[in-house]
Design a protein around this ligand. Sequence first.
Ligand SMILES: [Zn+2]
Length: 61
Amino acid sequence: MDAKLLEILVCPVCKGPLHLDKARQELICRGDRLAFAIKDGIPVMLESEARELPADEEVGS
Ligand SMILES: [Zn+2]
């Protein structure tokens, strides 16, 4: 995924920065504990489509 694209993407919920989980191909909002899927290289920035991260899941670094 394009690093420049990642730079301009923010969480649709809190407008905060997102963390790219390369292994899962998800964009993570640590504040909201939401994971946004990247489908065919295109991030799905919809809160309704986001996966909620369980409290015990590692949120990468
Ligand atoms: Zn957020």
